[in-house]
Write a protein of this length. Structure first.
Length: 638
């Protein structure tokens, strides 16, 4: 009897899959986690088939871990879920990073639910869990559902041009209940929170730098260096954006065209490097010092631009992810070695204060870039402590380099400003010397006319004294013409000599007075040479000479207004400016003084070139509405 029971039991055990549907999983609210292996079925195909065609196939096999599916195949996985409870339940299926996963849910009510997720599925076609690579299955109370998963790779427009085979299709889908999914979700966000914070910091920092770089470029659009720096920062900023996770707002926006998001970051990196070469050439002013090397860097930048755009177009058309991976693993070290050679050449041959910034920036880029490359490649499965697991990425290397280059640009701007200021000062000095050289012949002409007059009237004694004082004054003027500033005492000595000379010519009916405030240290105060003499000369020639007054007088006052202001007043009792202008209009062939015009130009140059400022005002003096002379007021700000 026991043998018969044993036979029956053996028969039922063997035939149970036929009668009891071995691929039906009865889910309960306490079900935890279940891979799809051994209780679901798999079917592979190399042709395009619809879900209805696949359902009719009878070539299904039990899914095991041993399956290795090439990337050019389409994988179908089928299983059944039964909810024995009186309440609906939600279950979640994790996508093992296949490019495209389509899910078909057939319920007892003949309603088909279709959704998809994966790296090459537009975010427009995914819900919130789909952005995380998770599909959601809702099972009504006491319902059995038939689930199909279609796993495939994106074919591309020109798949026959693909160099490398597509990556294998993964079958490691897993089923999670609500509780386990929430635990996984919490762990997922906790694991990626630090990465999200670090990436947000990079994006924010690069965004701020990019805004500043744009403002600088907008104000200096004619300077190529600011354009290349802006483009370099822009490329770094775009690189970090395209590395954003799919569940972020930026990731969802860029994921609208998933193949572009998948391949754009690498392309942007190469374009950024091309722009970087143009930036280096401008930073070091190679067009002035090493034009051949500048042409080499420009050609190299163009080559990298063509290379990056060509590879990008190739990847978009073929979806040759194997080629991208091969390039990623094999072009970094040659690139680093090649660029290290460029840096060595620059360090040995280019003489510029910018070289040290370039070396520091590139050392940071190479060191942290190599760490990022290793972390993304052979050390991908190594988990580093805390924030360091996400800190050492290419954006960090680029950000550090960009900050160093910002300091380099600031230094370059400062150097250019200093050179410009120095050139302006030299130009102003030349202009001031030229103006003084115009005044010296002018004064010489006037003085010689005076001597000629005395000789003509046989006033030999006065002519001799005049010549003595004139030669001394001329010597002082020549000495002062080589200086930008002189002591006030020297200016006053020259002024007295000049007034003495003019007094000799005018005779006893001309008098002058120079009054100096006792608080003023005439040996310490520095003023431009011949600041006062042209106004005194102008007062004599145009104010006193036309005057019919018996007593012709000039008074010069030097007063201290406050600790930072000195006032010079030059008063005459001549005919005034209005009458002088009338007389000049009547006789244009007579002497026309250029001294005050030249002095005004010198004052303008002085104010632009020095911290001290000079302000000049000229007013007529009136008494009962009658002009009684002119007053020149010179304010000198210390």
């Amino acid at each position: 009897m026991s043998r018969e029971y044993l036979k029956i039991a053996l028969f039922l055990w063997v035939t149970f899959p036929v009668f009891g549907k071995r691929d039906t999983l009865i889910v309960k609210d306490d079900s935890d986690y279940s891979p799809l292996f051994y209780w679901s079925e798999i079917y592979t195909s190399s042709s395009v088939e619809t879900i209805n065609e696949v359902r009719k196939k009878n070539q299904w096999q039990t899914l095991t871990k041993e399956f290795q599916i090439p990337g050019n195949q389409t994988v179908w996985i089928r299983f059944y879920l039964k909810n024995p409870l009186d309440t609906s339940q939600q279950y979640f299926i994790r996508n093992p990073d296949n490019e495209i996963s389509d899910y078909y849910i057939f319920g007892q009510r003949k309603k088909v639910i279709h959704f998809r997720n994966g790296e090459f599925v537009s975010t427009l076609n995914m819900n919130e869990t789909g952005l995380l690579g998770v599909g959601t299955i809702t099972i009504a109370a006491n319902e059995t559902v038939e689930v199909y998963i279609k796993a495939s790779n994106h074919e591309g427009v020109l798949p026959f041009l693909r160099v490398f085979p597509q990556k294998n299709i993964k079958t490691t889908y897993a089923l999670l209940n609500q509780k386990r999914f929430e635990q996984w979700l919490n762990n997922y966000y906790a694991h990626n929170l630090e990465e999200l914070q670090v990436r947000t910091f990079y994006q924010g920092a690069l965004g701020i730098i990019m805004a500043i770089a744009f403002l600088i470029f907008y104000r200096n659009r004619q300077e190529k260096i600011y354009k290349y720096y802006l483009l370099y920062v822009l490329s770094a900023f775009a690189f970090t954006l395209f590395k954003s996770r799919s569940f972020t707002y930026i990731g969802q926006l860029l994921g609208l065209i998933p193949i572009v998001k998948f391949y754009a970051a690498e392309t942007i990196m190469w374009l950024g490097f091309a722009v970087y070469l143009f930036f280096v050439a401008e930073l070091l002013d190679l067009n002035k010092t090493h034009p051949d090397f500048q042409k080499f860097l420009h050609r190299l930048g163009k080559i990298f631009t063509i290379y990056s755009l060509s590879i990008f177009a190739w990847l978009l058309l073929t979806n040759d992810s194997g080629l991208q991976k091969w390039l990623f693993n094999n072009n970094r070290i040659p690139l680093f070695l090649f660029y290290a050679g460029i840096l060595i050449y620059i360090a040995r041959n280019v003489r510029s204060s910018m070289v040290k910034y370039l070396i520091i920036g590139n050392v940071l880029l190479i060191v942290f870039g190599m760490i990022a490359w290793l972390k993304a490649g052979i050390l991908n499965h190594q988990h580093w402590y805390g924030v360091f697991n996400h800190l050492f990425t290419l954006p960090l290397a680029i950000l550090l380099e960009i900050i160093v280059f910002a300091l380099a640009i600031a230094k370059k701007i400062e150097e250019e400003r200093n050179v410009k200021t120095e050139l302006e000062q030299k130009t102003m000095q030349v202009e001031m010397m030229a103006l003084r050289s115009q005044m010296n012949p002018h004064f010489l002409f006037n003085s010689l006319n005076s001597i000629r007059y005395m000789v003509m009237v046989n006033d030999n004694e006065n002519a001799t004294d005049y010549l003595s004082k004139f030669s001394k004054l001329l010597r002082m003027i020549l000495n002062h013409s080589e200086k930008n500033v002189i002591r006030l005492s020297e200016e006053l000595v020259a002024l007295r000599l000049y007034l003495d000379i003019e007094k000799r010519r005018f005779g006893d009916n001309f008098n002058y007075a120079i009054m100096i405030d006792e608080q003023i240290e005439i040996e310490a105060l520095q003023i431009p040479p011949m600041l006062l003499q042209p106004f005194v000369e102008n007062a004599i020639w145009h104010g006193l000479m036309p005057s019919t007054k018996a007593d012709k007088r000039i008074e010069v006052f030097v007063k201290k207004i406050n600790d930072s202001m000195v006032e010079f007043l030059i008063k005459d009792n001549g005919v005034g400016r209005l009458k002088a202008n009338e007389l000049k209009q009547k006789s244009m062939k007579q002497h026309q003084s250029k001294g005050t015009d030249i002095t005004n130009q010198r004052v303008e140059l002085f104010n632009r070139n020095y911290l001290n400022k000079i302000n000049i005002t000229i007013n007529d003096l009136h008494e009962h509405n009658i002009s009684i002379g002119t007053m020149v007021r010179v304010l000198y700000e210390l």
